[in-house]
Design a protein around this ligand. Structure first.
Ligand SMILES: *Cc1c(COP(=O)(O)O)cnc(C)c1O
Length: 368
């Protein structure tokens, strides 16, 4: 495919740097100390490609975490032998037989799941019992946890980990109230625990756990900062995903002329404008306004006006060398230069998670 003359020549590409992924994992490993790590590869590894991410991390990670049983089975079929955590557990009784056969670890978070397990013929050996400590999405209330645990043990599911998820590990609120709630449940129950996402792993040592416990880093593995006020580079994280393209047009605007749909940007003086082969149908965020960072021919500059379906415009006033064919980096670290995905996301009123997950299937993928 890649070498066929019929392969698309439209210049947009998604590049994945697996060396950076491994580097970021090692940063997480250092923070985790003696605790184990589930590498979170849900949502196709946050848009990076779950199978290549799993392959790149196989010799480093203690386990993988994702959502769908069928993707967990696909990992087993590719030879990954680590524990695999199903972050939402299972959804229907038909899945339970696969949990046992493929040694998958479901999150158990609801009475409905306990009922399905009770009527199943075979059951998984291990599970994560989820406590709702205040996020109020999934999990048993603290006072319900003891009974849920007992039911699981009665059903023969004895390798249990007690788990919870933080709602505000990345904000000023922090984790104190949820952690205190969790610790009251966990005290004296003698189970390993799993609490920390990326933000907690980085910011709250008390959430990481020790030997036998598990942290669950996701976004940091992909080289993004979970915090608004700290950059990925400051956290020693490297971008894994680069979305890059080229200029396919250059226009010189006269003062007063406008660019793109609705003429949202108006030049106040003569201005060279580059037209990039990348639009919202490629996954670029349409809300990104004039001023969103973009790199062209090695120069960090800004987008101009509305993002179209297939194109967007950028300011070439500080890139006089730029011409049709010049490389452009939308985010990541590419031939066009380096652009922090978090900065693009912030400009667009989004988070990097959304950008990464939204890259369209029409964008060809290359492994760096
Ligand atoms: C997605 C997810 C994580 C990883 O979160 P990041 O913010 O990407 O580190 C951890 N735990 C659970 C339960 C999740 O759903």
């Amino acid at each position: 495919m890649q070498n066929s003359v019929f392969t698309t020549r439209r210049p947009i590409r998604l590049r994945i740097d697996l060396t950076a992924l491994r580097h970021n994992f090692k940063v997480a490993r250092q923070l985790a100390g003696a605790a184990n790590l589930w590498a979170v590869i849900k949502a196709n590894a946050y848009g990076h490609g779950q199978f290549q991410a799993a392959r790149a991390l196989d010799d480093l990670t203690d386990g993988f975490a994702l959502l769908e049983t069928e993707n967990a089975i696909a990992l087993r079929e590719r030879g990954h032998q680590q524990p695999i955590l199903l972050l939402e557990g299972f959804f229907a009784p038909e899945e339970i037989v696969a949990l046992a056969r493929f040694k998958l670890t479901p999150v158990i978070h609801s009475p409905a799941q306990l009922e399905m397990l009770a009527t199943a013929d075979t059951r998984p050996e291990s599970a994560c019992l989820k406590v709702n400590t205040g996020m109020n999405r999934l999990g048993f209330r603290p006072q319900e946890v003891g009974a849920a645990r007992q039911q699981l043990e009665t059903l023969g599911i004895r390798r249990l980990t007690l788990m919870s998820h933080f709602a505000e590990a990345d904000t000023a609120i922090g984790i104190a109230a949820q952690l205190q709630c969790f610790q009251q449940v966990a005290a004296g129950c003698g189970l390993p625990v799993s609490l920390a996402n990326s933000a907690a792993l980085i910011r709250y040592p008390e959430s990481r756990g020790g030997k036998g416990d598990w942290a669950r880093p996701g976004i940091m593995l992909y080289g993004s900062s979970p915090f608004a006020e700290t950059t990925a580079a400051q956290l020693n994280l490297r971008p894994v995903m680069t979305v890059e393209s080229r200029l396919i047009g250059v226009q010189t605007l006269a003062a007063g002329e406008r660019v793109g749909y609705s003429g949202m940007f108006r030049a106040d003086k003569s201005l060279r404008v580059g037209v990039v082969a990348c639009g919202y149908a490629d996954g670029y965020p349409r809300p990104a306004p004039t001023g969103t960072p973009i790199a062209v021919a090695g120069v960090l500059t800004r987008t101009l006006g509305r993002v179209s379906m297939d194109m967007l415009a950028c300011d070439l006033s500080n890139a006089p060398e730029a011409q049709i064919g010049s490389p452009v980096t939308l985010w990541g670290d590419g031939e066009g230069g380096a652009v922090d995905a978090d900065a693009v996301a912030t400009a667009a009123g989004a988070i990097s998670y959304e950008l990464f997950c939204a890259v369209a299937s029409r964008v060809p993928r290359v492994e760096a």
